[in-house]
Design a protein around this ligand. Structure first.
Ligand code: KG4
Ligand code: ZN
Length: 365
């Protein structure tokens, strides 16, 4: 007999407080019954980045409101849930703790099973929630804090084929936007400027393409942008609108080219596994970028691989992806106790060595 599982999911690892209810019956597609996200960008915009203490306080204030709204919108109550899933890391520890404490409170009060979810697993399993992609598949997770190629074989079975050795692409977009006086988050601001610009005017480097592996680097690209800005400023006393647009276009093209070429290499490696239905999924905030999407899609078309890009609202941080990852883990028998801990770092692939230095700010995995 088909079994229906309903999960409440909580997310608070960075600057979005979110809760959602997801339901799945064995023989149907999973259904998002509600998804509530309280973003904090207004809170942090004046500081040019997420301020962990402010984020933690805002999560603590909003998380129970989010849960209540998610339940109301789903027209269900806690008694209709099978379990409660919560991001237990990696992320900004104060925020992760807000979610974990809230989930523990609900679990203790109701007796609902508790499931700690890796935030990255939430992103990595989203293509199954949105498009029903079957295991295995290759995915590129690109956001403000992450950049990695993952072979996804199960809800707790991931192999990293490569990733960034310094900044994540979203971080590079955000820092570069700041250098050009654009608004935050920098990705959408740079994409808007790039549409008006000439990508061929300035030639930005394509880091690590000389190496055959699937690792990436973006911090040099940001430095190249800074140099270009300073060079023009020294010559003309400042940037014109056209200069800024051309820099943005050149920068975005460089990121798209590097991601596309490394995707080609990662796919070639992945295809050696002979997957029955080869598919590639692109997720994370940077997947919102239309040039990056188009470049990845073309690589997949060249190699005969299905391309999946979840809807944008589910590419950025949300509670539905945590509820869904929790649902798959719950079905596989995972349960956590009230001793569940919040973890600032939590690599998805436990067997691959860390790529980022331990002191790296923003490195979450
Ligand atoms: O996944 P996400 O919401 O949060 C985490 O980092 O976990 O991703 C946010 C990142 C930001 O760095 C933002 O600048 C970037 O995604 N981003 C974009 C675009 N939209 C958002 N980057 C490039 N182009 C975009 N259109
Ligand atoms: Zn995220």
């Amino acid at each position: 007999m088909a079994r229906t599982i309903t999960i409440l999911g909580l997310e608070s690892s960075c600057d979005d407080t979110a809760a959602a209810v997801v339901r799945h019956s064995d023989d149907l597609n999973p259904e998002i019954l509600s998804s509530v996200v309280y973003g904090q960008s207004d809170l942090h915009s004046a500081f040019g980045g997420v301020v962990p203490e402010l984020a933690a306080r805002a999560h603590a204030e909003k998380i129970d409101i989010c849960v209540r709204e998610a339940l109301t919108q789903s027209t269900l109550t806690l008694t209709d849930m099978d379990a409660i899933a919560v991001t237990a890391g990696p992320g900004l520890i104060g925020g992760v703790m807000s979610g974990v404490m809230c989930a523990k409170g609900i679990s203790a009060a109701t007796g609902l099973p508790l499931i700690g979810v890796n935030h990255l697993a939430g992103h990595a399993l989203t293509p199954r929630l949105t498009d029903g992609v079957s295991y295995p598949y290759l995915m590129l997770l690109v956001s403000g804090g992450h950049c990695q190629f993952l072979v996804v074989r199960g809800p707790d079975d991931f192999t990293r084929l490569g990733g960034t050795i310094d900044d994540a692409p979203g971080e590079a977009f955000d820092k570069s936007a700041r250098l050009l006086g654009l608004t935050q988050p920098g990705g959408p601001a740079i994409e808007t400027e790039a549409k008006k610009g000439d990508a061929a005017r300035f030639r930005f480097p394509r880091p690590l393409l000389d190496r055959p592996d699937c690792n990436l680097s973006f911090s040099g690209l940001k430095t190249a942008l800074l140099r270009q800005r300073d060079q023009i400023t020294a010559q003309k006393g400042g940037l014109t609108r056209a200069d800024r647009a051309d820099i943005c276009a050149g920068f975005q093209q460089a990121v798209a080219d590097v991601l596309a070429e490394k995707t080609r290499r990662a796919l070639r490696l992945y295809l050696q596994e002979n997957p029955a239905v080869p598919s590639f999924a692109l997720a994370g905030g940077v997947a919102a970028n239309s040039s990056i999407r188009a470049a990845s899609k073309k690589v997949c078309a060249d190699l005969g691989v299905a391309f999946i890009a979840p809807p944008l609202a589910l590419c950025t941080d949300n509670g539905a992806m945590i509820a869904y990852a929790g649902l798959e883990l719950f079905r596989a028998g995972a349960r956590d106790g009230l001793d569940l801990i919040a973890r600032p770092r939590w690599p998805l692939d436990r067997h691959s060595p860390a790529l980022l230095g331990s002191g790296k700010k923003g490195a979450k995995a």
